[in-house]
Write a protein that binds this ligand. Structure first.
Ligand SMILES: [Zn+2]
Length: 483
């Protein structure tokens, strides 16, 4: 079905309003004059790996498994020889680092998100392999974690993503409309603007939006004519519903595919989005710690990015899904901060071999966390990521917050519950509340309150956002953060 869509290059009905004279770059130019040199400058061999991944997806499961085990053995030897946390774990298990193979994996301990905070220093390789970057992630618990990655690990993540977007007829450089977060700090905003330019994408804020914004988004989309649309499931659904209700001809824009990420994509939402855009909708699942994990193929299976990740599945049934397994992942490429047997705290349901013929392990379903929206009094809605960015910006400024939660007290009114770290004072809480109000352009009021702890949900997780009408559906996974 996608092969047929791939060659379509329809124009918008009546041309559509030009997007305020902003540059619209041709995909070929974007790919070869922007993105390719940028990956080269950053020392990220994305295109070389992409070619490799385009062929390895067709390998048999056995051959992929062999490759994985060889990479896994090398990783275990590297980590237990050089990284203090794993050196200690190997010693405690009586393992000889130089002799480790993939078969020894389950003798090392599971790694939890809390370990990324409490053992942050010990998990780093003392001698970093070339240039590295930090990635902040995992904000839906109100307690973000940071993971350090080397360039080739970052390149492997991008290559896996582009390989999979290829299933939808999308190539690097194709125009992307991105319904996503917008940075708060001026520096970060310039950085994102540069990345957006290099990747030929335009950003539509998913943070807070009412009818006027949604209408403006449509007009801008009509001028930009994206090949594909990418964004939070909840935001895509809100936009699709708005366009359908207003009779805006979204389907006439010629979008080839919609990729939904970071949150649950329910069946109804998928249908609504697909109908409004007139394009197939695909699900992406990943997390900032290890990058992309699963992509949905043309036949509806969610395939593992097996070139990057080794997966262990621990039985973890739920009443409605007795087949559910907990996802334990090992990142085969990160040498700066190896993550071995990382429990991402999400569940998957395995699937039989997929008819598409790819050797990448298939799953039927993934379910994890989702964000709530907090509504303003005027009906506008604020996405969970809005609050997460706010919190991260406060932490970047040195405000000592151990944990936080944003609770809808009444429509348009938010209580910020703060578990302080040493050095916190009430003035900081007041400043944070004021900033929230200002960033929402006065649509939300906020008040900060210090608490001893933030209670866990029945699931055992801590939720960053608590809206009155809990909108959290029950599928898909944690958000990939970053630009
Ligand atoms: Zn498949």
């Amino acid at each position: 079905m996608h092969a047929a869509r791939r060659v379509t290059n329809r124009g918008p009905p009546g041309g559509g309003p030009a997007a305020e004279g902003r540059l619209r770059v041709e995909p070929w130019l974007a790919r070869n004059l922007c993105y390719r040199p940028a990956t080269w400058l950053r020392g990220e061999p994305v295109f070389r790996l992409l070619r490799r991944y385009e062929s390895s997806q067709w390998w048999s499961p056995e051959r992929l498994r062999e490759e994985q085990e060889s990479a896994l053995g090398a990783l275990l030897r590297y980590a237990t020889e050089r990284v203090p946390y794993y050196r200690r774990a190997a010693a405690e298990a009586g393992l000889e680092p130089a002799a480790l193979t993939a078969r020894d994996l389950d003798r090392l301990p599971l790694l939890h998100k809390t370990d990324l905070v409490s053992h942050a220093g010990d998990l780093l390789a003392p001698q970093l392999p070339g240039t590295t970057s930090w990635k902040t992630t995992g904000g839906s618990t109100g307690e973000p974690v940071r993971v350090r990655k080397n360039r080739s690990a970052l390149a492997a993540e991008q290559a896996a993503s582009w390989r999979s977007y290829g299933w939808y007829g999308i190539q690097p450089g194709d125009r992307q409309a991105r319904f996503w977060g917008v940075a708060f700090s001026r520096r970060a905003r310039w950085r994102y603007r540069a990345i957006d330019f290099v990747l030929n994408r335009r950003r539509f804020s998913a943070f807070g939006f009412g009818r006027d914004e949604l209408r403006a988004y449509f007009d801008e989309l009509a001028g930009f004519r994206p090949a594909w649309v990418y964004g939070y499931a909840s935001m895509l659904e809100a936009f699709a519903s708005f366009c359908a209700a207003e009779d805006l001809p979204l389907a006439a824009l010629g979008v080839r595919a919609v990729v939904s990420t970071s949150e649950a994509l329910g069946l109804e939402a998928r249908e609504r989005i697909g109908a409004a855009f007139g394009a197939p909708v695909f699900d992406e699942y990943g997390c900032g710690e290890v990058g992309p994990i699963l992509y949905e193929c043309e036949q509806g299976s969610l395939h593992l990015m097996a070139e990057n990740l080794f997966v262990e599945l621990a039985p973890d049934p739920t009443p409605s899904e007795p087949e559910a397994r907990r996802l334990i992942l090992t990142d085969l490429h990160n040498r700066a901060m190896p993550l071995i047997r990382y429990d991402v705290a999400d569940r998957v349901v395995p699937a039989p071999p997929c008819g598409c013929g790819r050797g990448l392990t298939p799953f039927r379903r993934v379910f994890g966390r989702a964000y709530d929206f907090i509504p303003a009094a005027d009906g506008a809605r604020f996405h969970g990521e809005f609050f997460l960015y706010l919190l991260e910006a406060a932490r970047d400024r040195g405000i000592p917050i151990r944990q936080a939660q944003f609770v809808e007290a009444a429509p348009g009114s938010v209580e910020i519950r703060i578990v302080p770290a040493p050095g916190y004072d009430d003035e900081m809480g007041r400043a944070l509340a004021q900033e929230l109000a200002a960033r929402s352009e006065g649509r939300l009021r906020a008040e900060a309150r210090v608490v001893d702890e933030i209670p866990r949900e029945r699931s055992g997780k801590i939720r960053l956002i608590r809206a009155k009408s809990a909108t959290a559906p029950a599928a898909t996974g944690p958000p990939t953060r970053g630009a």
